[in-house]
Design a protein around this ligand. Structure first.
Ligand SMILES: [Zn+2]
Length: 196
């Protein structure tokens, strides 16, 4: 029997990463992306642990681990698992807009399978929200985030979980309800992908 793949959970950015934060809202609340990404990864990890699904958290640190180092770690895991691993990098979006989207590395069919399962689960989990499923534009910021997709050898997908600079989106991802829904959508997808 084929060994089940290991899922590598990456929480983008670190505590000192400049810029990656929401505006300061009228009630004094603000979202920091590193905290959101880590909290969602933590929630995913708890559920996977309960289900006995193997995972590894790529960046246990609070600090910003460089993309080069993230990729080095992921590629080592890929080797150590005999190329039986895949990576999901969790982010919040920015730049004005609303909804959920995910990106894959180019030309890796297995990433596309993973992203389509994630998209299906997101569609189920967020029926009230816009699913941004066609992505033709990518700004400079996105390009740099895509490093993790370009330089990892394993199949890799990056999820952009709502817009931290759009107030309604940001309120949702600051809430327990939103964070749990986002984590559970990832867990449902991982469960399927791991048993494919
Ligand atoms: Zn990000």
């Amino acid at each position: 029997m084929k060994t089940r793949p290991l899922v590598i959970l990456d929480a983008g950015h670190g505590i000192e990463t400049p810029g990656k934060r929401s505006p300061l809202w009228s009630d004094g609340k603000q979202l920091f992306e590193y905290e959101f990404n880590r909290d969602v990864v933590r929630r995913i990890a708890i559920q996977l642990g309960k289900m006995g699904i193997a995972y590894i958290v790529l960046v246990p640190e609070e600090s910003d681990i460089s993309l080069g180092e993230r990729c080095r770690r992921a590629n080592k895991i890929w080797q150590d698992t005999n190329k039986n691993a895949y990576l999901i990098s969790v982010h919040a979006n920015a730049g004005g807009g609303t909804g959920w989207e995910c990106f894959t590395s180019v030309g890796q069919t297995k990433s596309d399978v993973i992203s389509s399962v994630l998209c299906q689960e997101a569609e189920k989990a967020f029926p009230e929200w816009r699913m941004r499923f066609d992505n033709t534009d990518s700004d400079q910021d996105k390009e740099s985030q895509f490093y993790i997709l370009r330089k990892t050898h394993c199949p890799a997908v990056l999820t952009e979980n709502f817009f931290m600079d759009t107030e309604s989106d940001c309120r949702y991802i600051m809430s327990e309800e939103g964070r749990n829904a986002i984590a559970l959508a990832h867990v449902a997808a991982i469960k399927q992908i791991t048993t494919l």
